[in-house]
Every structure is written in structure tokens, then in C-alpha cells.
Design a protein around this ligand. Structure first.
Ligand code: 6AU
Length: 264
């Protein structure tokens, strides 16, 4: 049976600067919780980021669903990420040719590359897409990174086993920029790659219903059985009565599951 390696050790092992930074935050804050801040009000997002910030390693945004977006508020979010020591992950799911994603990443209204620590991309467009994003990231001194979407949580999605395997291969070929996966289970033993898993709620059956195909598993299942590293929780926190308290419960449950995995 293979040995489990701690986040702290993985921070040491990896050469990818983004992965190193994330593993360091995870081990320092004892948190493998990513909060998916899927709200339409930027002011509410900032309030939640300040309340929940101490308990998360990552705050995930969908910047294009905010109806009061402006760059001053982005700066406030960046300030909160420094205050609470979390990383900002823009869930942009890039999926075009290199030249186009390069502009989508750095330009337009949102200028995602300026303020996000990392983004994600579908692997469907292949190495050109990754190369385009990488080129846009090169202009910054601080580390930037990207996760590849190797699996999806939703019902009836078109990703098959071969697609997932080819995604891992693509990541290995670009491991200076790609530092992990959006996935449902562990895909590689390479300790530098982080496995980040959405579709999480405490009670996957009694949870809020999603009639649009989202499928949920529990934090314990994701971390112990499916051997993922980080859980992504949106509505499980957002729709609860006390989001900050609920986030703390997700944080503790996910980290305890990780510790249990280490000691197995
Ligand atoms: O916890 P939820 O269901 O409220 O939100 C899950 C979040 C959403 C999705 O856009 C995102 O996770 N997501 C992703 C990501 C992170 O790439 C991939 C996926 O397969 N499923 C999924 O839900 O913001």
C-alpha cells in the first residue's frame, strides 16, 4: 500500500510555485476547504470572504455572475485574500484556442490574470490553450497557475475515462503551470498535483435540491474514499442559516478526514 504524503511534505517536494504556495497555506491554516462564492452581489461576496476567510485555503469566484462588478471591489477582495491568507481561484473554465484564451485571461472587462492566483481550463482544446494561458501568466512576478478539468460532477456529462487519462498526460507535459485537477477522484500519484473536488454537501441526499444535474458526495467520501485533497463547497455553505459557522464545520470535517487518511 502506497504511503500517504502530508500537504507540508508535498509543499517541499513540488517545483510548481503555485502548488507550493497552496500546500503551505493548507498546512498552515489546517484547511482543505475551498469556498465557492457563487453570489450575484459583490458586496455580499466581500462580506462572506471576510467572515469565512480565516477558515479556507481558497475562495473560488465566478466573476461574470456578479451584477455590481468593478475593479475597486476586486481590489478589496485581493486585500481580504492577503488579510486572511487564502488564494483566489477564478472558475473561468477556459476552452478555446491559445490566442483567444490568452486575451480572455488577461483582457476584457475582468482582467482575470491581474487579480486571480489561479484559474481552470477544460483540456478539450489541448496544449495550445494551456500555452496561451501560460504566456499571459508570464508577465507577473508572483506565481500563477491553472487546474485542468479532468472530470465533471454533473450527471450525463460527456467526459470518459480516456479523456480523463489524456488530461493527466497534458498536465504532466505542462507541470510548470498546471498544478492539479478539478476531478471526482484521485488521478495520479504525482504528489505535486492537487486534486480539487466540487459537488460536495454534508448530506448529499437531504441537501438542497439541484434540478439541473449537479451531483453531490460528502466531504468524507471525497477525501477518504476518493482520495481528493480539497473540497469545493458553494450552496452547502451559502444556503445554510449561518454560512460562517457552516464553513467552519466543512473545514473541520474535511481536515479531519485528511488526517485520518494520513494515519491509515
Ligand atoms: O457546491 P455547489 O453545487 O453550490 O457549487 C459547486 C461549484 C460551482 C460550479 O461551477 C463548480 O463548483 N464546479 C466545477 C468547477 C469548480 O470547476 C466543476 C464541476 O465538475 N462541478 C462543479 O460544480 O461554482
Amino acid at each position: 500500500k502506497e504511503k500517504e504524503i502530508s500537504f507540508e511534505e508535498r509543499a517541499e517536494i513540488t517545483n510548481n510555485k503555485m502548488a507550493k504556495k497552496l500546500f503551505q497555506i493548507m498546512s498552515l491554516k489546517q484547511s482543505n476547504l475551498c469556498f465557492s462564492a457563487d453570489v450575484e452581489s459583490f458586496d455580499l461576496l466581500l462580506k462572506l470572504a471576510d467572515e469565512i476567510g480565516p477558515n479556507i485555503c481558497i475562495l473560488k469566484t465566478h466573476i461574470d455572475i456578479l451584477n455590481d462588478f468593478n475593479m475597486d471591489k476586486v481590489q478589496e477582495l485581493v486585500n481580504l485574500s492577503i488579510k486572511h491568507n487564502f488564494l483566489i481561484f477564478e472558475d473561468r473554465k477556459f476552452a478555446d484556442i491559445g490566442n483567444t484564451v490568452k486575451s480572455q485571461y488577461s483582457g476584457g472587462v475582468y482582467k482575470i490574470s491581474q487579480w486571480s492566483n489561479f484559474v481552470n481550463a477544460h483540456s478539450i482544446a489541448g496544449s495550445g490553450c494551456v500555452q496561451g494561458l501560460k504566456e499571459a501568466a508570464l508577465q507577473y512576478d508572483e506565481p500563477k497557475g491553472c487546474l485542468l478539468i479532468a472530470q465533471l460532477s454533473c450527471k450525463n456529462n460527456l467526459i470518459d475515462k480516456t479523456y480523463t487519462e489524456k488530461t493527466v498526460k497534458l498536465a504532466e507535459e505542462h507541470s510548470d503551470f498546471i498544478f492539479g485537477f478539478i476531478c471526482q477522484n484521485k488521478l495520479t500519484d504525482n504528489p505535486g498535483f492537487i486534486h480539487i473536488t466540487p459537488g460536495i454537501q454534508f448530506n448529499e441526499n437531504n441537501g438542497m435540491s439541484d434540478n439541473l444535474g449537479q451531483q453531490y458526495t460528502t466531504p468524507e467520501m471525497a477525501i477518504l474514499q476518493n482520495k481528493c485533497d480539497v473540497i469545493v463547497v458553494g450552496r452547502g455553505i451559502l444556503k445554510s442559516e449561518n454560512p460562517a459557522e457552516t464553513a467552519l464545520k466543512y473545514k473541520n470535517t474535511a481536515y479531519e478526514a485528511y488526517l485520518k487518511r494520513l494515519n491509515l
